[in-house]
Design a protein around this ligand. Structure first.
Ligand SMILES: Cc1ncc(COP(=O)(O)O)c(C=O)c1O
Length: 396
């Protein structure tokens, strides 16, 4: 009854930008959530790669509580300790030297675009073009839409930033063709998330680095979805032995609180001068305290190594399912706990059936079932999901 009433009010009072199923999530524990009617769900989409510690990790909750009691917000007019500690931790973990904090993925990618342009402006080079990949996703602001290789997202807002150029993911020649003397940067997700869990080849990423070095362009890695442990390494770029000039993070960083980080090498970061970029909420003390807790728990609980092992287990189970249903499953793409199963048809139908069986998953890029479970997922929970998929495929 309450569910129906709430959803009725949602239709009335919220802009209808999302198509959501008819339940209202209410409470959570570990990787499970319950709706208002008391139905339990195993969450295999994890708030779209955000709830990497699950829903209520005690250390995360405690860190948020402690900081909220001390200082909730102070803006960037003043220093605050969590922001400085978090920046130091991120610099130690990554290949970057300096950090700018914002509140979301799109915001840090906007910052990355601005920083790349400013870096060349500082050298009196007036260029603006960014090369991005087909099927990429970098956000929904006007700037980040312009580098998002999904026409479906762009079409109603054209013209965006018309100088930006699209290339083909994993096709170095297409990138070479897009280069001219106006290009400041190439932006790429080492593992495309929204694009359907597409894993960049080593040759592609190495080739991009080489091209950027040769042609005086910056390499931006968007690790908003794939970074911070999800692939079984702290950063996905570590699989390639290639360092970006600029790195963007968000999603799991705050363990569920909104925060994004734009990280860059010193010589690039220093092109931002006071007043060049800013945000009221970015680097908020509570969000930073949550992110500090997230990074600590990753290490203390050895979650990254565990994630790699669980990913292998997940992949093995999916391969068994593929053998059983070759007429349904086309391809399995897995890196750590970033898992995509491309099926031949009816992706959205499978998502609906999973929901009925108490499992939350999502379908992206047509028919790719996407699984981004919390890194704390247990093998038994993976088994449960596999059982549900088996049952669904059998009936279909
Ligand atoms: C790789 C990537 N970049 C950027 C974004 C945008 O992040 P946000 O939704 O926090 O703006 C997303 C969101 O899905 C993403 O997956």
């Amino acid at each position: 009854m309450k569910t129906k009433k709430l959803i009725g009010s949602e239709k009335k009072y919220l802009m209808q930008t999302y198509g959501r199923p008819g339940m209202v999530l209410d409470k959570s524990e570990g990787m499970k959530v319950w709706d208002l009617e008391g139905k339990q769900y195993y969450d295999f989409i994890g708030g779209i790669a955000v709830n990497a510690l699950g829903y209520s990790h005690p250390k995360l909750v405690q860190a948020i509580k402690n900081q909220a009691e001390k200082l909730i917000h102070c803006s960037n007019l003043y220093y605050s300790e969590p922001q400085i500690i978090l920046a130091q931790m991120l610099v130690k973990l990554s290949c970057g030297d300096k950090v700018f904090f914002a509140n979301s993925g799109a915001e840090v990618n906007e910052g990355a675009i601005k920083l790349a342009v400013k870096y060349f402006k500082e050298q009196n080079k007036d260029k603006h073009k960014i090369i991005y990949m087909k099927n990429s996703f970098h956000g929904r602001t006007i700037g980040t839409l312009a580098v998002t290789g999904k026409y479906k997202c762009q079409k109603d807002y054209l013209p965006l930033l018309p100088k930006f150029k699209q290339a083909i993911f994993n096709d170095l020649n297409s990138v070479k063709e897009a280069i001219d003397d106006q290009v400041v940067a190439i932006i790429v997700e080492p593992i495309q998330g929204e694009g359907g869990i597409n894993i960049a080849s080593k040759e592609f990423i190495e080739g991009l680095r080489e091209l950027c070095n040769k042609k005086d362009m910056l390499l931006i890695f968007d690790e908003i979805q794939c970074g911070l442990g999800r692939t079984g390494k702290v950063f996905a770029y570590q699989y390639y032995n290639v360092e970006p000039d600029i790195l963007t993070l968000a999603k799991s960083l705050g363990g569920g609180l909104p925060i994004g980080a734009l990280i860059a090498k010193e010589k690039i970061a220093s092109s931002f001068k006071p007043g060049d970029h800013g945000t009221t909420f970015g680097g908020n003390p509570v969000a930073c305290a949550a992110a500090i807790a997230y990074l600590k728990v990753l290490q203390e609980e050895n979650l990254i190594a565990k994630c790699q092992k669980k990913g292998e287990y997940f992949k093995k189970k999916l391969e068994e399912l593929k053998k059983k249903y070759p007429e349904y499953i086309k391809e399995i793409r897995v890196l750590g706990l970033m898992v995509g199963v491309e099926i031949k048809k009816d992706g959205p139908e499978v998502v609906k059936k999973c929901l009925k069986e108490g499992v939350l998953i999502n379908c992206t890029a047509g028919n790719v079932l996407r699984f981004l479970p919390p890194l704390i997922v247990k093998e038994e929970e993976i088994d449960y999901l596999i059982g549900v998929l088996d049952k669904i495929f059998k009936k279909m």
